[in-house]
Design a protein around this ligand. Structure first.
Ligand code: GLY
Ligand code: MN
Ligand code: MN
Length: 440
């Protein structure tokens, strides 16, 4: 189902083991199932780092990467494991880990307290996601303590601890070709789902009906889940950033905002589109839409190797300030709006986040010198400027009140022009109007 070859997972594990060094050991764990109500669980979604490194999808597993001397390039499945020294990775749960997922060994999770300390013994550095789960932290410290005082002679315990997420997340930030294939597919399914929702738009339809159109499109086209809770907000609801009630009926004269993306074989897409319920952009809402669209297209064009991440936001804040002043939503100069950050009143969020296995994907936003990171080829990020004019804000021109607009695409940084993974989803005024009107 994950559609990534076993050798690719192995390549990723080898790379991670190179990063932790032959005297390190890494321990990762998958989240357990969670109760939804009484004796019923939420649908299980495997933990992203475990997926990335193994493709394994069972809840509550533990993955150990223990590089062995001389066995770095061509791992051989071990039949004996003196102190775990010759084991490349070993998830501690069921036997399929060995037969299907390339592990050298697998153990029942009930054996964890007996088996895991063996992998930690005689290693310089133990890596795990420190602080992610306090029970797991306590376990790791117990193993350490047990090894530290096991003998009077040289301690067997690791001398240092490191956070494995720093290493795995740096790898995940740069998307490999097989990952981009899945992201392009997620982007395509999501684009088409938004078109289906545009076609289903008419006055009287409820927000949840459009949500159902989008999410059923995802599922019918092979995506397993929505990557996040779908937002469908019409009129003033579109000005509420994390609105997910999705219960109101659409009224003519409103714009409806949909932020929805599928998760396709565990890779997320994240698209927002905003369109008129009537099928026609009009008045101040039309001008506001065109302003956001131009700011969004300019920001996509900024997504180039070498630019620092914060510049995307700074340039967008300036462009949207110009739009807000032209619309009469803000007074004063653009410089004032930017310096005093008054633009935040109607543009309160950031323009971008990393995208990948998680919708808000992992990866550092700062470099080693604590400066905002420079974009590099292989990174994928969203570009999502928006303007939100609440209905109750009487300082606004009447035509803007109750208008919320966001336009969001998913962009790959390349060594040349940015690649818009979600290019197929209509966003010009003409393109959107013609899609909606074809459905009416
Ligand atoms: N859909 C979540 C976001 O746009 O960040
Ligand atoms: Mn987003
Ligand atoms: Mn979004």
């Amino acid at each position: 189902m994950y559609d990534v070859e076993a050798q690719i997972f192995e390549k990723r594990r080898r790379e991670l083991m190179d990063r932790i060094g032959s005297n390190g050991v890494a321990v990762l764990f998958g989240e357990p199932e969670r109760t939804r109500s009484n004796d019923t669980e939420f649908p299980y979604r495997p933990s992203s780092d475990i997926l990335y490194l193994s493709g394994f999808r069972e809840p509550g597993c533990v993955l150990v990467l223990a590089p062995g001397p001389g066995r770095r390039v061509h791992p051989v499945r071990a039949t004996t494991r003196p102190r775990g020294r010759d084991v490349d990775w070993a998830p501690l749960w069921d036997r399929r880990a060995v037969s299907e997922f390339g592990a050298n060994a697998a153990y029942d999770i009930a054996e964890i307290d007996k088996e895991l300390p063996k992998f930690l013994a005689h290693r310089d550095t133990a890596f795990w996601p420190i602080g992610q789960d306090h029970d797991f932290d306590r376990r790791m410290i117990q193993y350490y303590t047990g090894l530290r005082f096991v003998r009077r002679r040289a301690p067997e315990a690791p001398a240092r601890f490191g956070d494995i997420r720093d290493l795995v997340h740096e790898m995940r930030l740069f998307k490999a070709p097989e990952e981009l294939d899945l992201m392009r597919k997620a982007a395509q399914v999501t684009s088409d789902a938004h078109v289906a929702a545009m076609r289903a738009t008419k006055p009287g339809v409820r927000e949840f009906e459009l949500q159902a159109v989008i999410e059923s499109y995802f599922r019918r086209h092979g995506a397993e889940f929505p990557a996040y809770s779908s937002i469908v907000g019409t009129g003033d609801n579109a000005t509420i950033l994390h609105y997910t009630e999705n219960r109101s009926a659409l009224e003519s004269g409103e714009l409806v905002l949909i932020d929805a993306g599928c998760e396709y074989h565990f890779y997320a897409a994240d698209i927002t589109r905003t369109w008129p319920v009537s099928g026609k952009f009009e008045g101040a809402a039309r001008d506001a839409y065109q302003g956001v669209l131009e700011a969004q297209e300019a920001a996509i064009n900024d997504v180039r190797a070498g630019i620092r991440y914060n510049e995307l936001q700074e340039r967008t804040a300036r462009r949207l300030s110009e739009v807000m002043i032209a619309l009469g939503a803000l007074t004063g100069s653009v410089d004032e709006a930017v310096e005093s950050e008054t633009y935040r009143k109607y543009y309160p969020h950031n323009v971008s986040h990393w995208l990948g296995i998680d919708v808000h994907d992992v990866g550092a936003y700062f470099d080693d010198t604590s400066q905002w990171r420079k974009l590099e080829p292989g990174m994928v990020l969203t570009i999502e400027p928006g303007l939100y004019f609440p209905a109750h804000d009487e300082s606004l021109p009447a035509g803007l009140r109750g208008v919320g607009i966001r336009i969001e695409d998913d962009i790959l940084v390349t060594s040349g022009d940015p690649e818009n993974l979600t290019h197929a989803c209509p966003k010009s005024i003409e393109a959107i109007e013609s899609v909606i009107n074809a459905g009416l």
